[in-house]
Design a protein around this ligand. Sequence first.
Ligand SMILES: NC(=O)c1ccc[n+]([C@@H]2O[C@H](COP(=O)([O-])OP(=O)(O)OC[C@H]3O[C@@H](n4cnc5c(N)ncnc54)[C@H](O)[C@@H]3O)[C@@H](O)[C@H]2O)c1
Length: 253
Amino acid sequence: MIELQGRKALISGAAQGLGLAIARLFVERGAKVMLADIDEAGAAKAAADLGPMARSVRCDVTKAPDWAAAVEATTTAFGGLDTLVNNAGIEIVKPLFDQTEEEIGRLMNINVMGVFLGMRAALGALVASGKGSVVNISSLAGTNGVPLFGSYAASKAAVLQLTRTAAAELKPTGIRVNAVCPGFIGTAMVDRLIPTVEAIVGVPFSALVAVKQLRLGTPQEVAEMTAFLASDAASWTTGSHYILDGGLSAGLL
Ligand SMILES: NC(=O)c1ccc[n+]([C@@H]2O[C@H](COP(=O)([O-])OP(=O)(O)OC[C@H]3O[C@@H](n4cnc5c(N)ncnc54)[C@H](O)[C@@H]3O)[C@@H](O)[C@H]2O)c1
């Protein structure tokens, strides 16, 4: 079992879904966790449910001052910060050329700029910790073109390149930077996209999932991979991405 005893983590988008599952597993494995989210009330409730190892802070990942405040809140509460999970993200589900400049700009700002700003804000604290680890939540969509998810796929590919470049540049500091690429996971994000996918593709979403990846992944399964990458067990892993998709990308049929 992966141990995170003594680690001090900041997780964005942690009020629900994957971020909350990651926060919960981190606490179970011994980490102190700051749950950061634009949904201040949701993050506060989630942190209260997780108990004394968890705190919360309001953070819009597109705002550099929010990130500075989130890092400050973490180092003040826990005496340092050694683990950053850039998880906050949004989706657009539409044919590519029906997507507007405004929609794509907002998505890129959250999914790409948010990851950049998070890493930049945490850098000093991660270096000071002597064992800094960053896990960026990309997507299987970051590794392929995906009909209906065009700008989302582009944003998640950008997350992979930010991950690789940051890992290469930060190698001398000892900070490791890796990414996780989940397929479809059972969260509110997937609940939101099901009606649109079904309307456009004309096939029940459950049938698509059953054929391609057997079942939806669980947030806990993503949390386990994230915990591994954050932990000392992954000490020689940096600049890599890890696909969790129940075999969706393993074959063409
Ligand atoms: N669910 C999936 O199938 C799946 C698959 C691959 C990748 N992902 C990625 O995993 C991450 C989490 O997805 P999820 O399914 O838990 O989504 P979700 O919609 O359930 O939760 C997203 C969280 O991010 C927060 N958020 C949104 N905008 C924000 C902002 N500007 N600043 C701070 N927080 C913000 C929301 O308040 C929410 O708490 C996303 O980056 C998503 O792209 C999800």
